[in-house]
Design a protein around this ligand. Sequence first.
Ligand code: FMN
Ligand code: SF4
Ligand code: SF4
Length: 422
Amino acid sequence: MAEISINFAGIKSPNPYWLASAPPTNTGYQVQRAFEAGWGGAVWKTLCEPVLNVTSRFGAHHFNGQRVAGFNNIELVSDRPIEENLKEIYETKKLFPDHPIIASVMVEPERDKWHEIIKRVQDVGVDGFELNLGCPHGMSERGMGAAVGQHPDLVEKSTLYAKEVAEVPVITKLTPNITDITATARAAERGGADAISMINTINSLIGVDIDTWNPTPNVNGKAAHGGYCGPAVKPIALNMVGECARQPDINIPISGIGGISTWQDTIEFMLMGSGGVQVCTAAMHHGFSIIDDLTEGLSNYLDDKGIDSVEELVGKSVEKYSDWSDLDLNHQTVARINNDICINCNKCHIACEDTAHQCIDMLVDENGNDYLQVREDECVGCNLCSIVCPVEGAIDMIDLKPTEPPMSWNNRQAALQVMNSK
Ligand SMILES: Cc1cc2nc3c(=O)[nH]c(=O)nc-3n(C[C@H](O)[C@H](O)[C@H](O)COP(=O)(O)O)c2cc1C
Ligand code: SF4
Ligand code: SF4
């Protein structure tokens, strides 16, 4: 059986699955139950003061029959006193010495405040810290969380202050509410972070009740923007992980977070450069027992592929993630319809006709049966027809044999420059 334990920035964990800092890690009772269920580690719900919250505080985006395609919250950090949390961290650590507990902490970007919180928390024996520089609501209005995480200089300073006194690894958790996450990732590394984690939640308004006209979730008829997470944010998170992982000057491990619900998601995040992953919404939606599927699926995948350790996956797709200007302009893909499987629903024809390149013909065979055929010399291989097709396998996207050598935009510009210089 393949090895699924990891060593993330010096923090050993029996598997790559940590519960993200959020409601599932709010108490010792919950974290102990999670460890019993098989979760590798836990990032404790952010410790901070003062203790505050509103009701209600969650909203969900249900899409087309799927519950919780996206999730939104206006919850703040832990609403239990720090001392109570510390006592439970200590007890939980004693009961589960092999499962890492990472303390998530948040204060204003001031040296004294970071020193005080780090020293106070590390006495109970945490395995690492995660600096919450990403909470986008409530805390940011008070100069913490995303208000810090949006400024590279404050990210660097906060990380540096934490590192000055931390005796265990420090992970800087980044906000996605920023134009270029690589700027804050670099700042964290400059500040001495042992690792970065991403993403925290994305600014969002989940919806408006069209009867009461109240935005959701509402607090006595009023609302505020919240943070978005869950399956809907996975592509955004995966890109941010990949963008950081492919920068030659960012050389610290990444803990991937955002929409991870299946073992397949985990593998994608690890291939794109995550040394481990964190999960919140999927655990809130389905409970701690999903860890069985997550670990079993991962283990079976590694065995099927003949890979000895999950750590071998980390970053394997990163070199394939590049800039548009490096892509081969001469590569050609076309759609091909399998008429044996096609149910003639016509969705592909409509999609191509209305919004793509008008190259799917409606034809009639010698027996008088309707069928569809792609005019391949006009197909641009955009994928749209295969995306809208409801029948698995009815449309294949085929890579054509190259007729010209590869030529990217960069190659083309370089060739032009040589020609012009002659
Ligand atoms: C209700 C709720 C509360 C959260 N509280 C915190 C928090 O206290 N500290 C923190 O760093 N992140 C917090 N998060 C963000 C998660 O740790 C995580 O970054 C985010 O939910 C994305 O992961 P997911 O898509 O698996 O949910 C919270 C998320 C939710 C849904
Ligand atoms: S891949 Fe795009 S252009 Fe080609 S047939 Fe499908 S929709 Fe039309
Ligand atoms: S969308 Fe798929 S099933 Fe429907 S007509 Fe096109 S190929 Fe056939």
